[in-house]
Design a protein around this ligand. Sequence first.
Ligand SMILES: O=P(O)(O)OC[C@H]1O[C@H](OP(=O)(O)OP(=O)(O)O)[C@H](O)[C@@H]1O
Ligand SMILES: NC(=O)CC[C@H](N)C(=O)O
Ligand code: SF4
Ligand SMILES: [Mg+2]
Length: 472
Amino acid sequence: MYDIRGLNEECGVFGIWGHPNAAELTYMALHSLQHRGQEGAGIVCSDEKNIYGARGMGLLPEAISEVKLESLSRFHHAIGHVRYATTGASELSNVQPFIFKHSKGDIGLAHNGNLTNAEQIRLALESEGAIFQTSSDSEVLGHLLLKAKSDNKLNNLKASLNQIKGAFSFLVLHPEKLFVARDAHGVRPLMLGKVDGAYCVASETCAFTAVGAEYIRDIEPGEVLTLSHEGLAEDAYTMNTQSNMCSMEYVYFARPDSEFRKHSLYEIRKALGRKLYEEMNIAADVVIGVPDSSLQAAKGFSLTSGIPNEQGLLKNRYIGRTFISPDQKMRERAVRMKHSPIRDVIEGKRVVVIDDSIVRGTTSKFIVKTLKQAGAKEVHMAISSPPLIHPCYYGIDVSTHAELIAANKSIAEIEAELEVDSLTYLSVDGMHEVFRSFDSKGECNACFTGNYPIEIVDHVLPEEKEKKKKGV
Ligand SMILES: O=P(O)(O)OC[C@H]1O[C@H](OP(=O)(O)OP(=O)(O)O)[C@H](O)[C@@H]1O
Ligand SMILES: NC(=O)CC[C@H](N)C(=O)O
Ligand code: SF4
Ligand SMILES: [Mg+2]
């Protein structure tokens, strides 16, 4: 099995406390977060005494059957997860939410992100006798919570989170309350909402739209919320915070109908396209976006430049994951199946093609070729983010160093390889300027600059993770 996507999203989480249809709403919310993870999914519920759940591999309908969902319909409190593995193999044992059964009380756990000292903590815990059930980084939090001596669960959680480094949006379900925590750098998004008087949380606001919830606010870096019968309690596990929200969430990952700090990703991506034109300033006859994720940037580019925006490429909606062998030739065939040109839009024209990113260059290379075959006079590639040159340790599978085309070649060399008339990337400063104009307080840009805002203790290279994931 091979994933033809150039960029792989990370997980999505949803949690709700005190709703008679908690499991059903969680299922609907996870459906709208499916773009964040397609390897496995689960829902875990509380009856205020114990924790129960259902998990499975694959897309949500495969992972959780109607019968399984029905069996959870009596619960009023639930958390859910869709997984794209970042640490640990893609297998059922690693699918979340996890359930920890313990005499001190059950715990349900869901995590979006990637921990950068999980290996170190795991080795220390194992040397004291802990037995891990999975190869996932997320499991360490469960062990730290169960090891804590105090009877105060909130204090135990805060102390445990202070031992963990990396990116995390955690949902921790105890029988009588749900804790929600976002890491001190706020790398992954996490939002607070309310439906029919019940508080809920989600990785993205599109999940609130799906369940008819009101979007209240973004959860802040370092914040810990408690959802219980007493309502909502706000707290923090650290005051040492700094905003390093993932830039790629803005550029590509989050759905365009989601909002960060009450601004739609649709508008933010349009603004990235506007900025790209300001930096590029080119004369052309038509601007087209690579569907679907670059259509908004293409629109912004067109609005500022006055170059007409047309649909020049059609995407085959039924290709997301393709079960093909992982060699470059098959990957190229898969990309050909995915995008098809519309000749009347292209023929005889100077075409600007907007994409949100270039990873290996497979997509761009094919698109340039297909547009030229469709009669384009000139093809200019414009990318609404800076060159990807460093791997991500915080939960995004930005491929491996060796595969990142911009890590190994100059712009002129990439232009030659893609056989494109010109290639322009958005600058790092330009990108941050756009984010600031949407009230951002700071973003991580490590995959573009190599400036990693959070210490990487384990130093497990993405190459090694890839091997582990495939069980090599
Ligand atoms: O340089 P490459 O290795 O080809 O990767 C780059 C492509 O990967 C992403 O799209 P992807 O095909 O993953 O999915 P999308 O349909 O959601 O844009 C991104 O939007 C680029 O189009
Ligand atoms: N992509 C994610 O957020 C994954 C969570 C966790 N690190 C895992 O690999 O399961
Ligand atoms: S390194 Fe890149 S992909 Fe990873 S969190 Fe930072 S901005 Fe996002
Ligand atoms: Mg794409």
